[in-house]
Design a protein around this ligand. Structure first.
Ligand SMILES: Cc1cc2nc3c(=O)[nH]c(=O)nc-3n(C[C@H](O)[C@H](O)[C@H](O)COP(=O)(O)OP(=O)(O)OC[C@H]3O[C@@H](n4cnc5c(N)ncnc54)[C@H](O)[C@@H]3O)c2cc1C
Length: 387
């Protein structure tokens, strides 16, 4: 057993950390408050090769795995820049296209995803279906060589900042019963595709949108893979990378919050000369949060290793557990960091309350804690399904 990163992974971690620190949480917050995107950071990370670490070298990527992408997600978040689009574009979209796309789709999309010049966001959630994606109502109808897509999606992150959206549909001949999904790479300027911004209580430069697909006509080669049979494995191939990278972002955010809080409590003194961190009522909650974050990081490491070794089923269990653990740990760490700052914790200046909305959302999305507990109860503990 070995908990050490390889020298290359260590270098990657140090380099991404340095990049993240050059931008920092203040930059992230300023962009979010101005309603702008973190374009400079994204472009620089792309130029330096960090956005494509998990994409094969023949398409301009780094040839690594989800372990490397999780490092990128964690380190940027640990610098106060949790970039949600890392989870949808390089983690979900690049994995789906690389594993299940046609040769032509790989050549067309992977180089741009690798250098960050192209972003592909992901649309599965629907207002009616919610957590139950067997109820998806977005339908793809064949019309000659074309496909025509109709439906509604919600909470779609970053569609205003992306060239394409990977849309999960069901085909017209399978409109009821068990989901037989078909995935499409839809240009965001396609006729019939529109969106409206949702007002969310999350301070983030990446926003969520309602997506309307009104008879969006697409050429046959917009379908991911050679046939609709690619849909189900393609959809599942995106889930483990999604859970692992979102967990890494949560762990990084937790580290960021604990670091901010520890710096503060080690210097702030209000009773004589003693720092507030010397009071165990302050230091123990912080230490407890640090333990939870570190446990989540271990699970992320395990899930990444299993995934990169091609052990998808085991990675599924570990990835779900990692996502659960990191979601809870991040929320605990940020809340604790706010508390030990006192009033300063609620100011923008100290840069911790700015993350409250994001970590709260991390217990709901991209998969809620309840649905993970359902998964663990069923697949690990052998319990009957309740729904
Ligand atoms: C910030 C943010 C970004 C997002 N980005 C994207 C995106 O880019 N693309 C995308 O497709 N989606 C995105 N989503 C949507 C997200 O994946 C969903 O919100 C999430 O899967 C939960 O679905 P829902 O909101 O429909 O909740 P519902 O399914 O309505 O569930 C509501 C509550 O009931 C619980 N519940 C439901 N069924 C059960 C059950 N059987 N047992 C126990 N509890 C249950 C849930 O856990 C939840 O707490 C995003 C959401 C947020 C908040």
């Amino acid at each position: 057993m070995n908990f050490d990163l390889t020298p290359e992974q260590d270098q990657l971690r140090d380099a991404v950390r340095a990049l993240g620190k050059r931008y920092g949480h203040r930059y992230f917050v300023e962009k979010a408050k101005a309603g702008e995107h973190t374009t400079e950071l994204w472009n620089e990370a792309g130029r330096l090769g960090y956005l494509g670490v998990n994409i094969p070298t023949e398409y301009g990527g780094g040839g690594g795995g989800i372990t490397e992408l999780a490092i990128v997600c964690e380190e940027l978040a640990a610098a106060g820049c949790p970039l949600l689009l890392l989870v949808v574009s390089p983690a979900i979209a690049a994995t789906v296209i690389n594993r299940h796309g046609t040769d032509e789709q790989r050549k067309r999309h992977l180089p741009g995803l690798a250098d960050g010049s192209q972003k592909i966001v992901f649309a599965i959630t629907e207002p009616e279906a919610g957590s139950n994606f067997h109820r998806l109502g977005t339908v793809a109808r064949r019309d000659g060589d074309d496909w025509v897509l109709s439906g509604r999606k919600c909470y779609i992150s970053g569609v205003d900042d992306a060239g394409h959206v990977l849309v999960v549909t069901r085909t017209e001949d399978a409109v009821s019963g068990k989901l037989k999904p078909a995935l499409f790479i839809v240009p965001t300027d396609a006729a019939g595709l529109t969106w409206s911004k949702l007002d969310m209580e999350i301070l983030s430069p990446e926003n969520q949108f309602l997506l309307y697909l009104d008879d969006v006509r697409l050429p046959g080669d917009a379908l991911v893979g050679e046939s609709v049979e690619a849909g189900l494995p393609a959809l599942f191939s995106g889930l483990n990378p999604e859970r692992i990278t979102v967990a890494a972002m949560g762990a990084g955010t937790g580290r960021y919050a604990i670091e901010r809080a520890s710096e503060y409590t080690a210097t702030r003194a209000v009773w004589g000369g003693r720092t507030i961190g010397s009071h165990q009522g302050v230091s123990h909650p912080l230490a407890h949060a640090a333990v939870q974050v570190e446990l989540a990081r271990l699970m992320i490491q395990k899930a990444s290793l299993l995934y990169d070794a091609g052990r998808d089923l085991e990675a599924g269990v570990a990835g779900n557990m990692a996502k659960y653990a990191a979601g809870e740990a991040a929320a605990l760490a940020v809340d604790t960091a706010v508390q030990v700052h006192g009033g300063a914790g609620m100011t923008t200046e100290y840069g911790v309350a700015t993350l409250l909305g994001a970590v709260r959302a991390g217990r709901i999305a991209p998969v809620s804690r309840e649905m993970i507990l359902n998964f663990v109860a069923q697949h690990v503990l052998g319990q009957d399904k309740s729904y």
